[in-house]
Design a protein around this ligand. Structure first.
Ligand code: GLY
Length: 331
């Protein structure tokens, strides 16, 4: 597959004028003159096909509670609890020891954030991450400490039993036990969600079981604030999906938000960061997928990936739909 991929040198014209994924409600959009920057609010974005059901719940929650933070938490809980998911929650693929370990983070536009990583037996790591944010003086809890905190917070521990499909795949993998990070280029991975309410308040969430057959103890980008998720109500929010190591190396989500702070659109910012990620991860990039989605406080949004196959769900007042992401490489 990799040999068929060709590098696309996208022109400045393409990246600044076509603005795929950007909704413009105003009649005129003068980007350079910074006029009439009008997106749609409220807006919820989330990664991959599983984002559709997650967005639905997030939208419903936003309507019921008025809280964009509640919305991004409740939304991704749908994916965490989905028995069909092999990349998010306890039904995900295990690590190379046969153990499912989970990573999650949540962030508000005022900078408050919480995360958990390398945590076991917790059905909703996103809720645990929120409890870290709200009920501790810390940002991140890991492993056994995170699990003990969950118990102290009254969260039930789930039995450590692999989903039958995960178990079958793991047993098959064990026959060779070749350690090679496997990231799913054309299907799904982390769920990352970012949202803006009608008043411009922003929040984001990100949750995953990480790479299948990862080394025990490996933590990806999703629980790392600035890598898998970043939110700043002065600017916007971004989240990442794909090979966490590549995303961590460029502080991907933080960088998307910083570029938006400098005046770049969400689409431009995602494209720039994917370019930077490719530069910093040249070895094996043919087989590594990573992508970003972003929204700014005006409700403009964008998404971009290294390879084709990435898509994201968009919910605004006109409904909930999937959108294919553009990518730097093509088939
Ligand atoms: N993006 C998820 C991970 O690398 O764990």
């Amino acid at each position: 597959m990799s040999t068929r991929r060709k590098f696309i040198k996208q022109s400045l014209l393409t990246s600044t004028l076509l603005l795929p994924g950007t909704i413009r409600q105003g009649t005129v959009f003068f980007r350079n003159k910074r006029q009439a920057v009008t997106g749609r609010k409220p807006l919820i974005l989330s990664t991959w096909n599983h984002g559709l059901a997650a967005n639905e719940k997030a939208w419903e929650t936003l309507n019921q509670t008025g809280s964009i933070l509640d919305a991004v938490e409740e939304g991704v809980k749908i994916t965490e609890a989905d028995p069909a998911s092999r990349s998010v929650g306890l039904y995900g693929f295990p690590d190379r020891e046969g153990i499912v370990t989970l990573d999650a983070s949540i962030m508000k536009g005022d900078g408050d954030c919480g995360s958990v990583c390398f945590v076991r037996q917790i059905k909703h790591p996103i809720t645990l991450a929120r409890k870290v944010m709200e009920n501790t003086p810390h940002v991140m809890l890991a492993g056994e400490g995170a699990r003990q905190f969950a118990i102290a917070q009254g969260m039930p521990l789930e039995e450590e039993v692999l989903h039958p499909e995960s178990e079958e795949a793991y047993l098959e993998w064990l026959e060779e036990a070749e350690y090679r990070p496997i990231i799913n280029i054309e299907n799904h991975d982390t769920i990352g969600m970012v949202g803006v309410d009608a008043d411009g308040n922003l929040a984001g969430s990100c949750t995953t079981s990480g790479l299948a057959y990862k080394m025990h103890g490996r933590v990806g980008d999703s629980p790392i604030i600035g890598a898998g998720l970043y939110v700043d109500s002065d600017v916007g929010a971004a989240t990442a999906t794909g090979m966490g190591e590549t995303i961590i190396k460029v502080c991907g989500s933080f960088l998307v938000v910083e570029l938006m702070r400098q005046g770049r659109s969400p689409q431009d910012a995602c494209e720039e960061v994917v370019g930077r990620l490719i530069e910093k991860n040249k070895d094996g990039i043919e087989d590594m997928q990573a992508g970003f989605i972003a929204v700014n406080k005006d409700g403009e949004y964008g998404g971009y990936a290294v390879h084709p196959g990435f898509n994201f769900a968009v919910h605004d007042e006109s409904g909930n739909r999937m959108q294919d992401s553009k990518s730097r490489f093509m088939d």
